[in-house]
Structure formats: C-alpha cells, structure tokens
Design a protein around this ligand. Structure first.
Ligand code: ATP
Length: 311
C-alpha cells in the first residue's frame, strides 16, 4: 500500500502540488489525470524522490520514502516515461537488464528475466534481444521501455504518459497489453496522463488534478457518474457520459430471466456492447452467456433505466 500524506511542492513561491493525500492499494492501477501544468508529473516524481517534496510524506508498505536513499528507492520503483528513455547504444536486452545489473543479479538470472519479459510483451527473444532501439517500431520501443521498468520485479511501477508518443490505434493496443500484463504480474501501477479516456479505460482508481489539487479520487464509474465539480465534468465530457458509463458496466449485472433472439453476448461484455448490438441488429434484447451456456437476457429497457439513474 502507498500512503501519500498531504504532499506539497512549492517552486519559487508557487505551489504546484498542494497538500495531496491519497492511499493506493497494492496491486491496483491508479491513473492521475489532469490538464497540462496541473502538477501530475511533479506528484509522480515525489513518489520516487526524483523531486523532493517541500512538505508531506509518502510511505510504501509502511516505510517512509524519506528514510530510504533516493538511488536505492529508485531501484525498487520502476519508472517508465514517454519516449521510453531507452539507451540508444545499448541492445534491447541490455536496456531491459539495466536495473538488475545495478542490483548485481547473476548473469544467467538476468538473461532469463530479459527473455521472460520479451516473451511476455509478445516479442520473440531470439529476434529482439540483440537489436538496438532504432531498429524497433514506436510500439515495440514503448514495450521495451515498460519491460525495462518491470525488470527487477518492482513493487511499484510509475508511468508518466507512457503512451503519449503512440498513434491512437497502437495506443489502444498498448493500453490493452498493460492491463493484461498487470493482471499477470499484479504490480501496483501509478500512471499519469492528460487523457481522461485512457484513465477510464485503465484505472481501478482515477485521481483528477486541477491547479495542484487532487479534486476527485475514486473508481472510474464514480468519476463518470458523479463528477465532483464542473472541472471534472468537463474533463469527462458531459455529452459522452452515458456512453462512458455503459462501457464500464458489465452486462452480468443486468441479466434477467427470459429468452431473446439472435447472437448472444458473454456476461463480461459491457452494456455499451449490448446497446450497440441491440441498435445494430434492431433487437430489443440480447441473450447472455456464461461459460458458453445462456443464462438469460439483457434488454434495451434495462439499459435505458440503468443510464437514467445517472442522467
Ligand atoms: N523544476 C521546476 N521548477 C519550477 N517550476 C516547475 C518545475 N517543474 C515543474 N514546474 C511547474 O510546476 C507546474 C506543474 O508541472 P507538472 O510537470 O507537474 O505538470 P503536469 O500536470 O505534469 O503537466 P504536463 O501534462 O504538461 O506534463 C507547472 O506550472 C510547471 O511549470
């Protein structure tokens, strides 16, 4: 668990992070979202002491970061940034191995870890480990950047706009990969972005920053359904709210008894999928399956009522 307690950063009389407190549960993805200059990067960098807080504290599993030497702290915390920050003259393998080497891991353990991570990120180790960053696509460089940040199995991974340089299609893939890898590894991730869509898609908890303050912190559904103020509502995009909400709610919560015609949906599909299916095929209900067996249906009416509760 990470406990951020009233952390503040003042630069030359200007408070850029203003008494932010939040608790981050182990194994979750927290996304800090806000406009440019709202203090997101500064907040993130105070967690690994790349920036020293003016006041306030951070505890990781009960241990105050101020009690750990910054260089040791940064070996324990993975850090991935936009543009990947790969060493251009080092091979992919050597880039990924950077922190394990610093930690003095034995060579065979490092080699095994490099290959394991490449495979995890869908990059054939034999084909990629000896290449140089310039010989990779943008998406592959981004994956190597994240693999490097994960190499020493850090308890915590900090990511600053890791997908900022990717085009929208690769970006969606990269986000899906991150969620999958997170599920496999179970690491705690804090990610900074200015893109609310990305925040909603990735986060277990979203923290919204405005003018150095944390103005709302909660699950994506809560941010979308009950924005704390006009700024959050604007970031979420008022017009998009019903659809965003639907994309966050699985069909399984609205399944009712009864039959419906046509192709079924799995119970982990979203209500947005169910709505598209209804509108696209002109049906007013869709059958729902779990483990291959039909368990009921979800109706257009039920979806409408569910959205109406938040309208
Ligand atoms: N080293 C520094 N010295 C003085 N001011 C700084 C320093 N670093 C950041 N700032 C200021 O602090 C404010 C917050 O910066 P920060 O980088 O944390 O914002 P951000 O929300 O991450 O923005 P962006 O999305 O543009 O990266 C900005 O006004 C910035 O100019």
């Amino acid at each position: 668990m990470i406990e951020i307690d009233s952390i503040t950063k003042v630069y030359g009389g200007t408070t850029v992070v203003d008494a932010v407190s939040m608790t981050i549960e182990t194994g979750t993805i927290t996304v800090i979202v806000g406009t440019s200059g709202s203090g997101k990067t500064t907040l993130l960098r105070m967690i690994n002491r790349l920036v020293e807080p003016t006041s306030g504290s951070v505890r990781i599993n009960g241990e105050a970061t101020s009690d750990i030497a910054p260089h040791l702290l940064r070996r324990r915390i993975g850090y991935a940034i936009q543009g990947h920050g790969l060493f251009p003259h080092h091979s992919v393998g050597r880039n990924i191995a950077a922190v394990p080497r610093l930690l003095g891991w034995p060579k065979d353990k490092i080699a095994a870890r490099v290959d394991e991570l490449l495979a995890l990120f869908g990059m054939e180790p034999g084909a990629f480990r000896d290449r140089f960053p310039a010989e990779l696509s943008g998406g592959q460089q981004q994956r190597v950047g994240v693999a490097r940040a994960l190499a020493s199995r850090p308890d915590l991974l900090l990511m600053d706009e890791p997908f900022g340089a990717l085009d929208p299609i690769i970006r969606a893939r990269a986000q899906a990969d991150l969620r999958e890898i997170h599920q496999k590894l179970g690491s705690t991730i804090v990610l900074v972005t200015h893109d609310m869509e990305e925040a909603i898609r990735l986060a277990d908890r979203v923290g919204v920053m405005d003018g150095g303050k944390l103005v709302q912190h909660g699950p994506p559904e809560e941010i979308v359904a009950r924005p704390a103020n006009g700024f959050v509502a604007e970031m979420v995009g008022d017009a998009e709210r019903p659809m965003r909400l639907l994309s966050l709610i699985p069909v399984r919560g609205l399944v009712e008894d009864g039959a419906a015609p046509g192709e079924p949906l799995r119970d982990d599909a979203s209500l947005r999928d169910a709505l598209s299916e209804c509108l696209w095929t002109g049906r007013d209900a869709v059958p729902v399956t779990r483990d291959g067996a039909v368990i009921g249906r979800v109706t257009l009416n039920a979806i409408r009522t569910r959205v109406g509760r938040h309208a």
